[in-house]
Each structure stands twice: as structure tokens, then as C-alpha cells.
Design a protein around this ligand. Sequence first.
Ligand SMILES: [Zn+2]
Length: 335
Amino acid sequence: MNAAPWHRPALERLLARRPRMPHALLVSGRPGIGKVDFARSLAQSLLCESPIDRLACGQCPSCHWFGQSNHPDYREIVPEAAEEAEAEGADADAGKDAKKSLVIKIDQVRAIRDFVALTTHRAGHRAIVLHPAESLQPAAANALLKTLEEPPPATVIVLVADRPARLLPTIRSRCEAVVLRAPPRAEALAWLAASGAQDAESALALAGGAPLLAARLAQPEERDWRRKVVAELSRPDGAHPLSFAVGVDRALLERTIFVMQTWVHDLLRLKSAAEPRHHLESVAVLRAKARRARLERLLALDRELLEARRLASHPLNARLAAEHLMMAYNRATLA
Ligand SMILES: [Zn+2]
């Protein structure tokens, strides 16, 4: 598990403190820049039996187990739904997926307490990565706080969060903060090109400069759906909410919301005499839409999209939600 190249200096600085590693870290930064890879890479390097320049060697028994996801001194705590999606790949059945928990429950945090009560198998460190930390249920957050208040020996707990402000202040104050950033644009583009991404420039613009998010947005199924949503948003006579929403499931709703949010942000930028930042291939359409759009309705739509994104991870009628958002878009742009 390798940290992104742009995060390697931060990783090395942290590992240089190996003998006195903080027992709890809070890794934060924008979505899609590689925070989870950083956390896993830190864990693997701490567990590695013969690190090279402080980083995991990738060869020893410990690294081998880590690569097979069955290291006895490592645990990763994620919501059940995320576990499932990772195991089944991108094609996870949305209906089945909806029944899985989207939060980290107290039982999962209690399991950490049992885990840290054991002696380590390899007589070294023990590492726990928990993400996204915002998905901790209140009871689970309180249980975690107890563990953080009485740090177990030789254990590093790494929390990962996009929005650390949403965590309990008491949890934040018990962790050392590690704030990660996106790489400069040129470095991100070179990395995307090396990983074979198509249309890297537009994907990176859409992702607001976050390379891992851009890599996902560059995938064919993402691009196909994005084209469909952009075409809908671009119609001169307004979107056709009913026909658009047919067949929209939870996964497609999340993609739709992302496209609409970035589109609305571009419209808001044009309204304040700034240049669009995300949909660079649709600038002419955006200008025409911005001219007719009403600022206060765009702002209301932006808030509505934010709320819809929060709800999109809950079971709900995706088709109705998509229809509703497209109607709100028409109200904002056909004034
Ligand atoms: Zn190793």
C-alpha cells in the first residue's frame, strides 16, 4: 500500500519519529487526494520488519500479510457498506448495498478495545486505521474517546477525515493533526497520465485538483453519466426532470449530485464575474445559463444539493430525488 508520491515527504517526516510515535493521529484534507493510502502506508511502514529508508519494504512477512489484508496487528475500521463495496467492486448491487450500515457503530469501536488488549503478534507496533471518521455514530465516538484517553502501549490509531470540524472536539484534541494537501497541477497531471487516465485535464478540473478523485472521474462509466447530466443541464429550454430521472439509482444519484454541484459552482463564479473552474468544456453554455439564472435561487439550489449529498448516502427514493433536483435547477436557471 503506497502513499501517493506527493505525500511521501510528510510520511517520511512522521516515520522519522518512529521511537516516539504519537498514539493517535488525525489525517485530514480534501476528498480524493490520497489520505487513506497515506494512513495505510503509515501503518504498513510501522509494522514492517525491515523498513527501507523508514518506509515499508514490501518483502518481509509483515508486509506480505499487510498486502493480503490479514496482518494480525492491523485493523481497518470502516462502515459496513464501504467494506461491502470494496469487496464487490464498483458493480455492487445498489439495492443490497442500501441495507448495509453507512456509519461506524459502537460494536466496531468496542472491537478495537478488545484488539488492543491483546499482545502484539510480532512484538512490534499495532496499528488501526479508521475512516471516514465523520461516520462514527455518537455512541461509537464516545467509546473511541475512552480508548484515546487511555492510550494502549505500542498502538497507533489513525483517524482519516475530509471534514475534521465535524468530529467531537474532545477527539480532535487527543489526536496529533496531519493536514495533507493536493499536489501542484503539473504533478497531478503527470501522475494521472502515468496511471492511464483519459481526458486528465478535464477530470482534474472537475475534481478541483484532487488527483485520486480525478482518476475516478476519468473512468468510462463516470464520464458517460457525466455527459448525460451535462447534456441535461445544457438544454436551452431547461432540463426534462421526469425523463431524466427514470432509472436513476443511488449510485447514479450521487454522481448526478456531484456534476450538478460543480456546475452550480461554475454558474456562481460567473455570477460574481469569475471564470468557471470545473466544466471547462461547457463555458459557452455556462455563460448563457448564468445570464438568465437568478443568484438567490442558485444559492438555494447549492444548499439543496449539499443537503441531497448528505442524504444520498441514506436509503431514499433516488428517482424522486433526481427529479426534484432537476426541477430546482430549472427554477434557478429559467427565470
Ligand atoms: Zn516489510
